[in-house]
Design a protein. Structure first.
Length: 299
């Protein structure tokens, strides 16, 4: 019995020290923080009055080039993450391929804009730089950010699903140790069992919330995009301008579908996944409480 209880204590203490995997969002990665800083600087001199000289012209140009470079790096990273997805169903694969095409359009735009600025850096005026920054910001907001947010929502759901599965596995291991203590007839072990049952309920609630987020995502993005991707595959090759125009139109259509869907939804995808993660945090808090309880019961 001492052997079993020692295993349980060691295991529950280990679980209590394990960090719950959190969302690696666009705002928490190093690159994104730098990008946000660069974007803020662009916002500052886009909205600045002509008589404000808060930045020297070379610094303005350098800041704009940095923001574009970071956007390129961010977009390429997103593209690579999508390329790495495997074991996808036909609908998800079609959606993935469509998003990759849209991201490639963004990369092409970012790279061409950066090259144009570099080529003209010696002749650019402050007004030229401000206009270039404004155009870059507007294009990124209208055509790239909707794709970025959509793909991030997808990975958010996938990551949360992995977190839930990991938590379920840990719950099962703790359940096995609790059963051994119950068999050993440890006094008041039923209190630990109740806590574990509560944790199980929270995990199931978390799973339900994340599945709801997944269902909304598929209904909003995957199904509409499948037909678009399928029809695109059957089209003949067209000029680059035509392809870009089509992809931008697709982005606008998808965004409109998302807004129309949101009108009938009480919570967004991100809200549902955030709520799901909160349930997992509560479950982990119970694991910590169980660690303290078991130590007391075994004294």
């Amino acid at each position: 019995m001492k052997k079993n209880t020692s295993i349980l204590i060691a295991y529950i203490m280990l679980v209590s020290m394990v960090m719950v995997p959190f969302r690696a969002s666009a705002q928490t990665t190093g690159i994104q923080k730098v990008l946000e800083s660069a974007k803020q600087t662009i916002d500052d001199f886009v909205s600045a009055k002509d008589d404000q000289q808060s930045m020297e012209l070379p610094l303005r140009i350098k800041t704009l080039e940095q923001a574009i470079s970071l956007s390129i790096e961010e977009a390429k990273g997103l593209r690579d993450k999508l390329n790495d997805l495997d074991n996808l169903g036909a609908d998800e694969k079609a959606w993935r391929n469509g998003k990759i095409k849209e991201i490639k359009v963004a990369i092409t735009y970012f790279e061409s804009t950066k090259k144009k600025i570099a080529d003209q850096s010696d002749t650019l005026t402050e007004a030229d730089t401000k206009t270039a920054a404004e155009n870059f910001k507007q294009w990124r907001n209208e055509h790239y950010l909707p794709v970025l947010n959509e793909v991030q929502d997808y990975f958010l759901i996938i990551q949360q699903d992995k977190t839930i599965q990991t938590t379920k596995t840990r719950w099962q291991k703790i359940d096995g140790d609790i059963k051994r203590l119950e068999k050993a007839k440890i006094k008041k072990i039923d209190t630990a069992r109740k806590l574990l049952t509560d944790a199980d309920g929270l995990i199931e609630e978390s799973d339900t919330l994340n599945q709801s987020a997944k269902a909304i995502f598929f209904d909003t993005f995957i199904t509409p995009t499948t037909s678009t991707a399928t029809s695109s595959d059957s089209e003949n090759s067209t000029s680059s301008d035509t392809k870009i125009g089509t992809l931008v139109e697709d982005i606008t259509t998808t965004s409109t579908n998302a807004v129309e869907s949101a009108d009938t939804q009480p919570k967004s995808i991100e809200d549902l996944v955030t709520d799901s993660l909160s349930k997992i945090k509560e479950a982990y808090k119970i694991f910590i409480d169980m660690s303290s309880l078991v130590r007391k019961l075994l004294k």
